[in-house]
Design a protein around this ligand. Structure first.
Ligand code: GTP
Length: 246
């Protein structure tokens, strides 16, 4: 069955905030379960699924560094936070019969296997969900950059960037009431307009490797389901020139 969704191998980028309720920190088990169910929908649609999770619900490196903490130390703490989220997602996925493997960029032998690209590819070929934890393993890089890097490394055809908004707007919709949403926009255009979809390292990686990004709202019910079934959801950022409004 052709769903109309043109990608077979996807990388789902989740922010740590997706794991908690608005205004809170830590992990909300129900939230994690809801996300696991969405991962299952992707899997059921025949997609090979990789996941990269942020850690902002537990610890944010940047503000801690701005507050005076050593930047590298703060970033490592953030990377450890992503492992806690990865373990929570793995547990929730396995509760609904999804087979998963967590791979960490930082060696933590007793809780997860280390990131090995060829092994990750093998897991994907065996239809396992691969959750990449520990960021890139290096400070000064975001989990968006991790998502772009891992997606390129394991041959994903698109990054699905889950956010709290339903796409990319030409102005901040919270401040500008008539801000318009893009249906699609080119990498070039997004940079010229300073749309800040991801940090510049992540965008550069995607652009150089012709890897499209779809920004969508993961909190809207059935949104990811409609997206992977070929629906017009969110905003597509790609190498295709120009832009189109929703
Ligand atoms: P294939 O052999 O390709 O089918 O992959 P596999 O992941 O089933 O085989 P493997 O024997 O490598 O792993 C079996 C289980 O052990 C999986 O759940 C892995 O995630 C886990 N595992 C593998 N290496 C490590 C490790 O270094 N540390 C920890 N904690 N778990 C590991």
């Amino acid at each position: 069955m052709d769903s109309g969704f043109p990608y077979k191998r996807i990388l789902l980028k989740l922010s740590g905030e997706a794991f908690t309720v608005e205004g809170k920190t830590g992990i909300d088990i129900h939230r994690v379960r809801t996300i696991a169910e969405q991962v299952k929908i992707c899997h059921k649609n025949g997609l090979k699924v990789s996941v990269v999770i942020g850690g902002g619900n537990i610890f944010r490196g940047m503000p801690a560094a701005e507050g005076g903490m050593d930047r590298a130390t703060a970033d490592y703490m953030g990377m450890l936070a992503t492992m806690i989220n990865a373990m929570a997602l793995q547990d929730a996925c396995e509760k609904i019969d999804l087979i998963t493997r967590v791979q960490s960029a930082i060696e933590m032998k007793s809780i997860a296997e280390i990131y090995i690209r060829r092994k990750a590819m093998r897991h994907l070929e065996k239809n396992r969900i691969v959750i990449f934890a520990g960021g890139t393993g290096n400070p000064y890089f975001t989990t968006d950059t991790t998502a772009a890097l891992r997606a390129v490394e394991v041959g994903c055809q698109v990054i699905l960037k889950a956010t709290k908004v339903d796409g990319v707007y030409d102005a901040d919709p919270k401040k500008v009431p008539d801000a318009k949403r893009f249906l699609r926009v080119s990498f070039m255009e997004s940079m010229q307009r300073r749309l800040r979809i991801m940090d510049s390292t992540a965008i550069a990686l995607c652009m150089e490797n012709n890897l499209p990004i779809i920004v969508f709202d993961i909190f809207k019910e059935n949104n990811l389901k409609s997206l992977v079934e070929g629906g017009k959801v969110g905003t597509l950022i790609s190498s295709a020139e120009g832009l189109e409004y929703a």
